[in-house]
Design a protein around this ligand. Structure first.
Ligand SMILES: Nc1ncnc2c1ncn2[C@@H]1O[C@H](COP(=O)(O)OP(=O)(O)O)[C@@H](O)[C@H]1O
Ligand SMILES: [Mg+2]
Length: 251
């Protein structure tokens, strides 16, 4: 059984069919690439999985459960976290606070408990310890006290990944994790992704434009074009695919 399965998913925006009858599978523990020219429907597909946009048709099955109709927070609680094409961070907060912010149900946030700091001090210390651990995993710990705004583009992408890890996801959806990132750091981001898979068994579905980097790390690739799945296969097969060359290079 795949960890994630899309069955005939479709998304219409008025008359525009952004995603058209896409079926795909993400096996547990895999790193899967999703590629395609601009406007081919990749980000929309990520939004459909994450629950931030509603399906027009089709089903999304995660760990054997139908999550098609869940709201984004319920999808997150089921074990799917995501990054965004444009880093969506709290830029005027520190790196550490950005990672701590999404932690839900903290006692110290409740008015009754807030003044009774002894009742939540230990819980908060435990969360901070997890946050520090997560920042260490993506090698951002030395920047814990910097403002998010002062990070480089690549570090912002890593901070998004760190924040997603706080939810202990089974599946991480990343939309262009190297967009706007210098080449060396772009490669390092993928090395971190590979390490997170090896160390924690996290499964990845990654939208990426930089194929030369992506193809070094993914097990399997899906290619979208005009909302449809145009091709799929191992990276070596995709490189050889003539339809793909037409779409990307007009050859
Ligand atoms: N919220 C929206 N409303 C209307 N059209 C949209 C919306 N989001 C995306 N689209 C359109 O859907 C198509 C696919 O977009 P998108 O999923 O962002 O593509 P990609 O991520 O592959 O570049 C594009 O034509 C885009 O203009
Ligand atoms: Mg996109």
């Amino acid at each position: 059984m795949p960890l994630l399965e899309l069955k005939n998913t479709r998304k219409d925006f008025g008359g525009l069919r952004a995603v058209d009858d896409v079926s795909l599978q993400v096996p547990e523990g895999a790193i899967i690439g999703l590629i395609g020219p601009n406007g081919s429907g990749k980000s929309t597909l990520i939004n459909l999985i994450a629950g931030s946009q509603e399906l027009t048709a089709g089903r999304v099955i995660f760990a054997g459960e139908d999550i098609s109709d869940l709201a984004p927070d319920a999808v997150y609680n089921s074990g799917i976290a995501r990054g965004y094409q444009e880093p969506s961070l709290y830029f005027k907060m520190t790196v550490l606070d950005n990672v701590l912010l999404p932690v839900k149900g903290q006692r110290g946030e409740k008015p009754w408990y807030a003044p009774r700091w002894r009742s939540w001090q230990r819980e908060e210390a435990a969360q901070a310890e997890r946050a520090i651990n997560v920042l260490e995993q993506v090698q951002l710990l030395q920047h814990y006290d910097s403002l998010a705004a002062d990070l480089s583009g690549g570090q912002m992408k890593l901070l998004e990944i760190a924040r997603a890890l706080m939810g202990q996801p089974k599946l991480l959806l990343l939309d262009e994790p190297t967009a706007g990132v210098a080449p060396k750091l772009a490669y390092e981001i993928f090395q971190q992704i590979a390490r997170l898979r090896a160390d924690y068994g996290i499964t990845f579905l990654i939208v990426e434009h930089r194929l030369e980097i992506l193809f070094d790390f993914v097990d399997y690739v899906y290619v979208m074009h005009l909302g449809n799945l145009l091709a799929q296969g191992a990276p070596a097969d995709i490189v050889e695919d003539t339809r793909l060359r037409e779409v990307y290079f007009g050859e």
